[in-house]
Write a protein of this length. Sequence first.
Lengths: 102, 296, 420
Amino acid sequence: MATANTSSKKKKGNKYVIPINVPTEGEAGETGTWRSQRPVLTPEKCIGCFNCWLFCSEVAIKKTNPIEIDLTYCKGCGICATECPVKAIKMVREEDEEKEEE
Amino acid sequence: MGVRTLIPEEEHILGGNRACPGCGAVIALRTVTKALGSDFIVVIPASCATIISGKFPATPYNFPVLNMPFETAGAAASGVVAALEVMEKDDITVVSWAGDGGTADIGLQALSGAAERGTNFIYICYDNEAYMNTGNQRSSATPFGALTTTTPTGKVEIKKDLPGIMAAHNIPYIATACSAFPEDLFQKVKKAKTIKGTRYIHVLSPCPTGWRVDSSLSIAVGRKAVSTGMWILYELESGQLKLTGKSKYLIDPAKREPIEEYLKLQGRFAHISDEEIELLQKIREAKWSKILSCTE
Amino acid sequence: MPSEGYKNGERRGRGKGGRVMSQEIIATGNSAAALAAKMAKVQVISAYPITPQTSIVETLSEWIERNAYPIKARYVRVESEHSALAVVTAASATGVRTFTATSSHGLALMHEVLHWVGGSRLPIVMAVVNRALGPPWNIWADHTDSLSQRNTGWIQFYADNNQEVFDTVIQAYHVCEDPEVLLPAMICLDAFILSHTVMPLSVPSQEAIDAFLPPYKPEHAYLDPNRPAVLYPMVFPESDLGYPGYMDFQYARQRAMEIARRRIDEVDKEFEKHFGRSHGGMIQPYKCEDAKTLILTMGTLASESAVVVDNLREQGYKVGNVKVRVFRPFPNEELRNIAKNKQTLLIIDRNISFGNEGALFTEVKGALYNLRQRPEIFGFVAGLGGRDVTQIQIEKLVKNAVIATEKGETQENFEWVGLR
C-alpha cells in the first residue's frame, strides 16, 4: 500500500500528494462526549433480538446475549431504547447518571 | 423475533463518526455495505456522506471511496466502471451513494445519462428529503407541505417521483427501501448485486435534525412512513412490480394508518393545515393507484 | 519551429538522423490529436461533441468500437462535457490513462471539474480546440476559452502545427505522469486553422512510442478494495497532528508546476533524441539571437509571425519571433532571458480579458517587471472569433512599433487590430 501519508515530511512543502483518509475508529473524536443522555441496560430483560445492534450507527452495541453497550462513541441518540421490544434499555440523562455514580 | 442471522456482523463503518445522532443515512449505509460485503468501490458526490467521510486524515469508512463534485455521481460511477473493465477487474461492484439533492436535482442529468448507457453499477439514493448537508433547504424530493429553510411556509410542490423517472429508463432493477427496514434493504442490495446493468435503489433515510424529530424516533418515523402508506416499499424488476415488506399488506387503503400518525412526529409538519393534510391524502392515494396499476 | 527555419513549405521537424521508423501521412490537427491519444494507449475516453472538436471524438469512437485499437479501451458516450470530464476524472482516479477533448463552451461547462482535476493531481490530457465563446455564436479560432481557465492548475500547451499537436500529446503524458508532477494538461490547437487543416504528419511506430512513453502506474490515486481509503476528503484550513492543511496541498500543486517547467524542457529534449524533432520546450525562439525586436505569440499566430520575421529581415529589420508554447506554467525565466537585451517587444493576443488586456500581454509584463533594462512592450488584440491576422498586418505593427520605440512615443501601447 503506497499512500503518501506514511512518509515523513520535508521541511518545504509536504509529501502528501493528495489527501487520503485512512479508516480510523473515532474519526470525529470521542463522540461519547456529544450525548446528553446515555443508554442503560437491564441485562436480565434482554431477549437477544438485536434490534439495538441493528440500528446503532456507532457500533456501540456488541452482538452478545445479553448485549453489551460500549459508551465510548455512543451519541445518546436513543434509538436502541425506542426499538427494544421489551424495554430492556432506558435512556438516562447524563447528569442523573453522574449523580448516581456519586 | 429471534437471533438476527440474515445480516452479517462484519462492520464497514467504524464508530465515532461525524454523523448526527440518529442519522438514518448512516444506519442505511451500514446495512448497504454489509450487503455489498467485499470488493466494492463507492462514489460519493457532495452530500452529508462527504462530511461523514471524515476530516483528513481519518475516515470511518472501511472501504474505498471516491469523493467527486456534487452533480457527477452518475458520470463518475461510469468512469470507475469503464476503468475497472479495462483493468480486467469488473467483478468489483461500483456503487454511487448520493443524497436526494445530488440525485433528483443537480445530479439528475448525470444519473439519466449513466442509466441510458446501461452503466453497470448500483445507484443508491439516500433520501433525507432536503439538502441537509447545507442546512435543510428544499430539494425536489422534499414532500408537499414540509417546512425547510427555503420553504418556510411549507413546500407547495409534490415530491418528485425518482423511481418513476428511473423506470422510464428501462433499467433492469429499481427498488425503494427505508432505513427502518434493514432486512428489506439488505435483501434488495444483495439482489441488485446479482444483476447486470444500471440498478437503482431509493432509500428513505429519516433525518432527525432536518425533520425535527427526536433522534430516538428516527427509526420509528421511518416505520410510520411505510405503515401510513406515505412511502411504498417495492421492487421493479424487468418491468414487473412487486410490493415488499410491510407495504404488501397495505393494498387495502383501510389498512394504512392515518397520515397524521406520521406527520405528528415531525416538527417540519408542525404547522400543517387540514386542507394540506387532505391534499397529502390525495397524493398518497394517487401514488398507490400508480403503483398498483403496475402490479399484476 | 526548428531553429533552422521554415521556408517555402519545407516540412519542419524532420530533424537530424531520425532513427525511428515512421510513417509519413497527411492529417488534420484533430486526426493528429486522436492518433496520438490512441498511440499513447489511452484506455478510457469520454467526450461530448462540439464544433470544431467533433472529429477527434468520432475518430476515437470509431477505432474503439471497431476494435482497431492497440489496447483494451472504453469510450463512454456522455450527455455533457461536465459529465465527460467527470467520467475521465473517476477513471483516472481508478488508475488508468485517460483522454478527453473539447472546445469553447464545452470547456467553459467543464470549469468546475477543471478545478477538481487540478486539485486531484490526476494526469489527464485534454485536447482543446480553441474556439470563441458566445454570444455571439462563433466557431472560429480564439484563445479566450482556454485562457479563461488558466487558474485551474492545468498545464497549457499551445500548438502551431499538426505535428506539434501529435508530438505534444505524447510528451504531455510523459510530463504529467511524472511522480513529481502529477498535473493535468491541455493541448490547445486553433479552430479550423489546425483542427481541420491537413498538414504533413510524421507518425512514429507504436514500438517507438512505447519505448518513449512508459505505462501509467499511479502510486497516489487509485481505487482498490485492498486499499480502503477515502480519496479527496475535506481538508480544513488547519489539520490536526501536524498533517498538511488545505493551503499546503495548494502549495504542493504550485511546486509541481515549478517542476513541470523543468520536465517540459527535459521531455522535449528526450523526444528529440528519440524522434529527431523538438518543439522548443517552454518557448520556441526563432532568429532571436541578434534581434532587437521580438514578436511574442501563441498558437498559429507564431507561424504567421515566423514568416513576417523572414520578410522583415530581408528588409533589414533585426526582428525575431518567440512562440510561447507553454502558458502554464508561465515561462517567466525563459522570457526574461530572451527579452532582457531587446529594445521592442510586440505581443499579439488572440484573446481578451475584458476590463484589461490580453492574457499574454499582461503576464509577459509581469514577468519582465523586475528587469533593470526593460524593452518597450506593445500589446495587440487580434484575430478574435477567427478574424484573419495577416502577415501584412503584423509587418505594419512591427514597423510602427520600431518607429515608436526610436521616437520614444510608447504611451499608446495597447490596441485592438483589424477592427471594422
